[in-house]
Design a protein around this ligand. Sequence first.
Ligand SMILES: Nc1ncnc2c1ncn2[C@@H]1O[C@H](COP(=O)(O)OP(=O)(O)OP(=O)(O)O)[C@@H](O)[C@H]1O
Length: 579
Amino acid sequence: MSAPASASGARVLVARLRPQRRALLAVAGLSALLAAPTAASGYTVARALDGGFLAGRPGTGLAWLAVLALAGAAGAVLTRALYRPLAAVVEPFRDGLVADAVRAGLGRAVEDGTPLAGATATQATEEVETARRTLAALLRGVHGTVSAAAGAVAGLALLAPQAVAVVLPFPLAAVLAYRGTVRTALARQRRRLLADEDLAEQASRVFGGRRDIASCAAEPGAARAMRAGIEASAAAELAVARNRALRALTPGLGIEVPVVLLFALAPWLAASGRLSAGEVAGAAVYLAAGLGPALYFLLQGGGGWVVDLLGVLGRLGEVAPVAAPPGEAELPVPDGSGGRPSIVLRDVRFSYGPDAAPVLDGVSEEIPFGGHVAVVGPSGAGKSTLAALLCGIHRPLSGTVAVGGAEPADGAGRGRRLALVPQEAYVFAGTVRENLAYLAPAADDATLLDAAARFGLDGVLERLGGLDGAVPAGGAGLSAGERQLLALARTYLAPAPIVVLDEATCHLDPVAERRAEEAFARRGGTLVVIAHRLSSALHADRILLVDGGRTVSGSHADLLAASPRYRELAGHWEPDPPA
Ligand SMILES: Nc1ncnc2c1ncn2[C@@H]1O[C@H](COP(=O)(O)OP(=O)(O)OP(=O)(O)O)[C@@H](O)[C@H]1O
């Protein structure tokens, strides 16, 4: 369990850090410069002792210590300069994770009808915040300690190459011992995250249903369920803490043991002429002040943070993938499904309340794959109700509705089977690209521009500043028609093979409406248009008249001949726009 978790956590980490490459390079560059003051530390101490204080030249010793102080000051200036690029890495990283978690939660809600519940909130807030805080702490710690460790090893190799072979195996052994505990740590951390999510889910169910719980006197059962969740979460937390305690022992092996060894051997090293007193002191400085903080950071703080970060990112990667959901290869619209019809309504009855008169009463229709159907009828006849039944917004009281072979409200991927454009076009704050590509995140710029051109959006794009132009919240500054065109182009790009336009062109002039319907007709797939103009109906393969709870369908000529209601409607419609 732990290996895939860490691998998927690492994938999310890489994917989310990739856009911040430049800031990361700045962090790495400044960190490399920070190695210099540490590399100088042991050497200056050795020279201060051997060439200064121990040689009876305190002035020289003080001068070397002044060099040490200057190196420390330079390190402080470099550390300060690091904070700007660090922020440029961490904040966009958090924003990206929040966007992934919210997008995935909404995607599940739209596609599978999974309600947006406590787990999504925990993912988008608690888990993302843990990831942000951990990454920030890691980067802050890593830049100083990695450079200090590199500086210490380089300095030690220059000052006392003989000491390197004696001293370095200890920190390496400590790292290996620590590594042995990581696998268990990852598994335990994942169990803790799942327990927290279960608890949040349980709490949102219990709090959401508290009135029902009170009215059924089900409080003891609800309390038992909550207690079980809390106990599971506490047990998982305890298991993580135990693992941490074990790991906390490893740094001593890496640093304290070799420092003691070095001092124990110092008389022999000095007497045999292998190391001077100053070099022993310098080597101890490298160990304690250079390698020591790095190892403590790695094994006590940073290593645990890596485990936490990979664990939490692994979990986020499971529920909120960074990669765009549908690839371009999945997008093409099927041109048929083994001869099965695209939409089937069988004896559908629907009313808005138990005592309300049915809006639809015994409707049976079949729409083939690739069909283009216009739904017409007098105001209040039930056209939008029919569209809502097709989309699974309402369920029939009796009878069945099947869309793309499945019940509209159920099943995974319903958003990939059918897309609805309602009369009120939804346009959100973001770029034009984000608005267009919302249902087809994998679409490239050329595809987006092509779709925009098909809907006559070139002028709008030019005005807003192209695909990167900003769309204000609610589409402020765009006309109702322009908002509809954006929503239509977005749906045009969607993978769904069945599209329902519910008066989605009502704010367009007849020419723009015609262009939009032609674009959808050429796109392929099944098109159901709730029409408000005769021209829309005339361009469809089939017209479906909703009237008095029933439907009649046929061609324009069929309906003119058979239906007085249709003749009446056709008489009131605007004439066709001039060609
Ligand atoms: N949420 C609702 N609750 C109760 N009744 C509703 C609801 N929505 C629609 N109705 C009623 O159901 C009937 C059908 O409404 P619907 O909106 O489907 O008609 P329509 O043919 O789309 O009308 P229009 O062309 O005016 O948009 C109407 O009598 C309407 O008042």
